[in-house]
Write a protein that binds this ligand. Structure first.
Ligand code: DSN
Length: 480
């Protein structure tokens, strides 16, 4: 194909890869291979998506060369005029899109955004009152005894977060994560009968435990959370409500989650990633009420390294895209597709945690197939179906092997697949799992090894390829 007949995006990427190839051919090859692999596989990882070419291009440039500690107009480095432009724009788009009072777009990831939020609440609720009591303006003004007291107080705070096997996230106060070392944590779970968040039990626990922070939000809960109720509980016990909406930010942006299910009007502070259902670049963000803005803006260098201006530029592009009317349609289709996938699986006899979904994800309990989540994940990958294993409530197989598979629809919805295709995908998944049996390692039963019936992987992989042919990924990009 001659250059003249190539799209501008194809040309941009071909030239970019030529430049990379001239320095390190293996990297150029890996970038090309990644596009090929993503095109060929059925991506059902609930936390992944496909950012637009404009978003991807906004990340690959000389903004990466700039240091920009501080915030817009108040930098510790000179020469940040253009960084200010993109950071201010990203924050403005975020505020407008979500109706938030304040937006901080510097976090590099969801974990970073959560750390900024924890810091901001600690600063507002613990450090600032301690400084006021000591009549000090700054921690450097405290005498040794007051500083030692403040450090003890900062380390003596409590957090209530959703339990991991109910779908909570490691960064919500669990011991293996820094959040669990910073805070004494207690978890709330779901009602074993319904699988839904048990708000009465949560309120009872909060009254007893008196946490500084209640964290709502999840990475593997297939239903909605009522943030109005969560805020009422938080207010009653004097806690700050923090919502980690990383997984469902796209559904909030697209106005699928409104009223009690929209965290912004209810929580004092909301964190998110930008690359999941929101479909932006890999990164994080904090939205908060004005009372926390000053502390949130101190995220870098408090807990973050230097901001990534190239990623903030891409956030601005992606957030501008999410403000377009078509994003609402996209968000609704994510949920419709998840419902269709759940329905298709149920019709084939699969067992789903909570019996279905209200959001972008489905949690499939694979124990009814007699296998672990790990075995299911590996068998599905053999058929080019990319998922990730996930614990289910009261999981007997623990967090490593698990009994579940998490399936999400944001990526395939971006690719254009709809409810009819979700039914076909349910059939492919069921075929693979029904054809999988536990294997052995060294003659002993194994939770990882598996046996896939003859021909199933190839047959399903072929069907996956046929299905995806109708929905090309990045159709404007031809790498040659
Ligand atoms: N990225 C999160 C997810 O997959 O849900 C884990 O941190």
């Amino acid at each position: 194909m001659s250059d003249a007949s190539l799209s501008s995006e194809s040309l941009a990427y071909r030239h970019a890869l030529d430049a990379i190839r001239a320095v390190e051919p293996a990297v150029a090859a890996a970038i090309g291979a990644e596009l090929h692999d993503q095109r060929e596989s059925l991506k059902l990882i609930a936390s992944e998506n496909y950012a637009s070419p404009a978003t991807l291009l906004a990340m690959g440039n000389w903004f990466s060369d700039k240091y920009a500690e501080g915030t817009v107009g108040r930098r510790f480095y000179a020469g940040c005029k253009n960084v200010d432009t993109v950071e201010a724009l990203a924050a403005e788009h975020a505020r407008e899109l979500f109706g938030a009072q304040h937006a901080y777009v510097q976090p590099h990831s969801g974990i970073d955004a959560n750390l900024v939020a924890f810091w901001a609440v600690l600063a507002q609720r613990v450090e600032s009152p301690a400084l006021a009591r000591a009549q000090a303006r700054h921690v450097n003004d405290l005498n040794e005894a007051d500083w030692a007291t403040l450090r003890r107080e900062l380390g003596d705070q409590r957090m209530l977060g959703m339990s991991l096997d109910a779908g909570g996230h490691l960064t919500h106060g669990f011991r293996p994560n820094i959040s669990g070392k910073m805070f004494e944590q207690r978890s709330y779970g779901t009602d074993p009968a319904t699988g839904l968040v048990d708000y009465d039990a949560l309120a009872t626990s909060a009254r007893e435990f008196r946490p500084l922070i209640i964290v709502a939000g999840y990475s593997a809960y297939p239903r909605l959370v009522n943030f109005r109720i969560m805020r009422e509980i938080a207010d009653e016990v004097g806690a700050t409500l923090m919502v980690d909406m990383a997984h469902f930010a796209g559904l909030v942006a697209g106005k699928v989650l409104t009223g009690d299910f929209d965290p912004i009007p209810h929580a004092q502070i909301v964190t998110t990633t930008t690359h999941k259902s929101l479909r932006g670049p890999r990164g994080g963000m904090v939205l908060c009420q004005t009372e926390l803005a000053e502390q949130v803006d101190r995220g870098c260098p408090m807990v973050l390294g230097g901001p990534l201006p190239h990623v903030m530029a891409a956030k601005a592009v992606a957030l501008a895209e999410a403000r377009r009317p078509e994003f609402r349609d996209y968000a609704q289709r994510i949920v419709d597709n998840a419902n269709a996938l759940a329905e298709g699986l149920l019709q084939r006899g699969a067992k789903l945690v909570t019996g279905g979904t209200d959001n972008h994800l489905v949690l499939l309990d694979v124990s009814s197939y007699g296998i672990t989540g790990r075995q299911a994940e590996s068998a599905l990958l053999d058929a080019n179906i990319v998922t990730n294993r996930n614990a289910v409530p009261q999981d007997g197989n623990g967090a490593w092997y698990t009994s579940g598979i998490r399936l999400g629809t944001p990526a395939l919805t971006t690719r254009g697949l709809g409810t009819a295709e979700m039914d076909q995908i349910a059939d492919l998944i069921h075929t693979v799992l029904a054809g999988t049996t536990p294997g052995t390692t060294g003659g002993k039963p194994s939770k990882a090894a598996y046996v896939l019936a003859d021909g199933v992987a190839d047959r399903v992989a072929g069907q996956t390829t046929d299905l995806l042919k109708g929905f090309p990924l990045y159709p404007t990009i031809d790498l040659g």
